[in-house]
Design a protein around this ligand. Sequence first.
Ligand code: SF4
Length: 441
Amino acid sequence: MRVLQHRGQESAGIAVHNGGINTIKGMGLAHQALRPEDLRELKGNVGIGHVRYSTVGSSSPENTQPIVMSTKHGDIAVGHNGEIVNADKLRNELKKRGWAFATTSDSEIIIRLLANDISDTDDPVRSIKKVMSVLNGSYSLTLMVDDRVFAVRDPYGFRPLCIGRTGEGYAAASESVVFDTLGGEFIRDVEPGELVELLPGEVKSTKTGLAKGRAHCMFEWVYIARADSCLDGRLVYDVRRKIGRRLAIEQPVDVDVIVPVPDSGRSHSMGYAEQSGIPYSEGLMKNRYVERTFIMPEQTDRSTGVMLKLNPLKSVIKDKRVALVDDSIVRGTTMRKIVQLVRNAGAKEVHVRIGSPPIRSPCYFGIDMKTRDQFAATGRTVDDIAKMLTADSLGYISIDGLVEAIGHNATDLCLGCLNGEYPLPVEGEKVRFQKKLDSFT
Ligand code: SF4
């Protein structure tokens, strides 16, 4: 689970089957939440684990995962990555039918629907398909129904999910790097709308018939995933370098040194330096014991986190014209602090180059970017944002440039937070490919 710690740092949990399902969960990083003495007591041959990054429901002990419930046919457990768009509607409908909810997380809706259906049918595959048919949103799930383990990807494939082989048998994970680290072998991505059961000697696939076309989240390649993971056929590291090269072509700048914002801006910066021929140098040292600041739930945590996390190297920066290259700007508060750090270290000029287009619209599918007023790009021109950052200039990659670097068709990606067009209906928002009403006769 520590291999996927970058995907969630608020809480961690593990559930294993040994007659029934037993769980250990706690707040904090995996090694804080899962104490060795508790893990030693946790026995079983199959299990699921989860690290949480909250987008719906607070960062609190009752919302830790996996969530476990008992049914008359045995225990079930779920670990969910993503966000259910119709969660409120489903929750209200179920409450009206007398159901009570123990958490504020949308993931509880999934397990309650599943528990209810399994109690009626005792057919997990049928029940999972039925639950999938009422969920609208993003979900990569690992599920345990008694001692059977399933992995499920939503019909658009927003969040990554893959399967691989380890010495012990088959496993599913959000990112392929898990199999590298365990000395195992990556087999393939789970397809959008696919349900797989991990059996001792095989992976049994069920196509649910729910696949709607692809809408992989572009932000996974830009920022979220580890650079050494391969998502839907594209190595993240390669994509980030290509983004950097394209950024150098689209947004050139005359500077003495390219400085990456560690860690996620590093591969983008290398690409930028390769393409531009400008020297690349690590001008910001990172304290690797501070958590990822973007996925910290509170703004105050994030701001303090930046200062704790980065220290400028004066020998690289002093009296130089510096281009800082980073993956994205969401709120702009982190980048503003970094620009000031670099200026205070004696830079003559500080330019900023960004490996994603401006983020202007909320995400409804599992990334905590919820309201338009939080975005640096809302109501501001690029020059305005540069002023806000106190940078000498600012340049973003274009949407076309980003899509080309990822290497999937634009129609196979979610670009909702960039262009305000979403792959599936979200109340008050525009659906992609939507024609204007007046074009219908
Ligand atoms: S809206 Fe943006 S962050 Fe959210 S899934 Fe789509 S591309 Fe990813």
